[in-house]
Design a protein around this ligand. Structure first.
Ligand SMILES: NC(=O)c1ccc[n+]([C@@H]2O[C@H](COP(=O)([O-])OP(=O)(O)OC[C@H]3O[C@@H](n4cnc5c(N)ncnc54)[C@H](O)[C@@H]3O)[C@@H](O)[C@H]2O)c1
Length: 331
């Protein structure tokens, strides 16, 4: 069971987690159910998420799964009825996906987001906490990244995530909708999908090591990221839900404040796995930034966010989870 990050009893509140069948969303669902939320509604069209991430929690009668699309405005209205807090995670992630298909990314991430925001406003939810992204920093060279200094977007995906922030800001000032954006920095952990063309780097590396295959490192491997273990992202969401009113209408970096190169992350995984399979270097990718590191002072001050799991421990827990899954499938 995850550590407790709230002090109010959850049994008086109904939550909606969009994208709850996905990686981050399913951990939010798990936390809310384990801590006794009155109801947890999940809206997900299973585009990149999995039914099994929900059926895991079927023993909780307070869970209610809706197979639906955020591009449908009436679905968004329906699922927001009676909801106290929205945790909006549904989106099409991945920079390369957005480069290959900017229109679908735009429809889901912008039109879908707007549908959810309108529904949250109309149904008078108490707070709308949404997944923003470190990709909003774009070509800004400043390190560490502070929320108020952003550059030009480097991909269609980055545009969509920035537009989300702009819409949330305008809804807050125009309609008084209480919104909080969380700019996630490379979140990783159990249940992150290791398969497909758009998989994230950590599950890809882990899966390769488990299968004794060499993973690809794009570029020289010296690019750095502020890798964030999932439990820290859950903490940020729960603290955002219950943060004081002054925390509204802002976006916050959600990271650890540690800078790790891809190469060194892979070396840690080699140690954790006990395997010396080497990586293969290939060309760098379009739309990728060279370095990323967050300043998490604002989230600490306004949300009381305090990341508890650093990368080494996070990689160990994640590897163990993937390894156990593999044993389970074999058995
Ligand atoms: N994982 C990261 O490092 C990271 C970093 C920055 C931002 N984010 C954002 O966090 C959120 C969650 O990301 P994730 O890593 O869990 O990805 P994920 O792909 O595992 O989860 C996204 C979920 O949204 C669902 N979804 C997609 N389109 C939908 C639609 N039209 N209607 C309803 N549901 C839909 C998918 O089926 C999936 O379950 C996304 O908004 C993503 O952009 C993630």
């Amino acid at each position: 069971m995850m550590q407790k990050f709230h002090s109010e009893p959850l049994n008086q509140y109904r939550f909606l987690v969009t994208g709850g069948a996905g990686f981050i969303g399913s951990h939010l669902v798990e936390y809310l159910l384990q801590h006794g939320a009155k109801e947890v509604v999940v809206l997900d069209n299973l585009a990149t998420g999995f039914k099994k991430n929900i059926t895991l929690f079927n023993s909780y009668p307070s869970l209610n799964f809706v197979d639906g699309d955020i591009r449908d405005a009436s679905t968004c209205q329906k699922v927001c009825e009676g909801i106290d807090f929205v945790l909006h995670q549904a989106a099409l992630g991945s920079v390369p996906r957005s480069i290959n298909d900017p229109q679908t990314t735009n429809e889901v991430n912008i039109s879908g987001f707007l549908n959810m925001l309108v529904a949250a406003r109309d149904q008078k939810v108490k707070r709308f906490v949404y997944a923003a992204s470190s990709s909003t920093y774009g070509d800004s060279m400043e390190l560490p990244k502070r929320e108020e200094v952003i550059g030009k977007p480097l991909s269609p995906y980055a545009i969509t995530k920035y537009v989300n922030e702009l819409y949330a800001g305008v809804f807050a000032s125009t309609y008084g909708t209480n919104c909080i954006g969380l700019r996630y920095f490379n979140v990783f952990g159990p249940r992150q999908d290791p398969k497909g063309a758009y998989a994230a780097v950590i599950p890809l590396f882990i899966q390769s090591l488990i299968e004794n295959r060499s993973p690809f490192i794009n570029g020289d491997g010296l690019q750095t990221r502020d890798f964030t273990y999932i439990e820290n992202a859950v903490q940020a969401n729960i603290k955002a839900v219950f943060a004081r009113p002054e925390a509204n209408s802002k976006v916050y970096n959600v990271a650890v404040g540690d800078r790790t190169s891809l190469k060194s992350m892979f070396e840690t995984l080699q140690k954790v796995s006990g395997k010396q399979v080497p990586a293969i270097h290939r060309e760098g990718r379009a739309g990728d930034i060279k370095d990323s590191l967050a300043d998490i002072t604002l989230a600490a001050q306004m949300l009381g966010y305090e990341p508890g799991v650093r990368i080494g421990e996070g990689l160990k827990r994640t590897f163990e989870w993937f390894f156990d899954q593999q044993q389970f499938i074999k058995a």
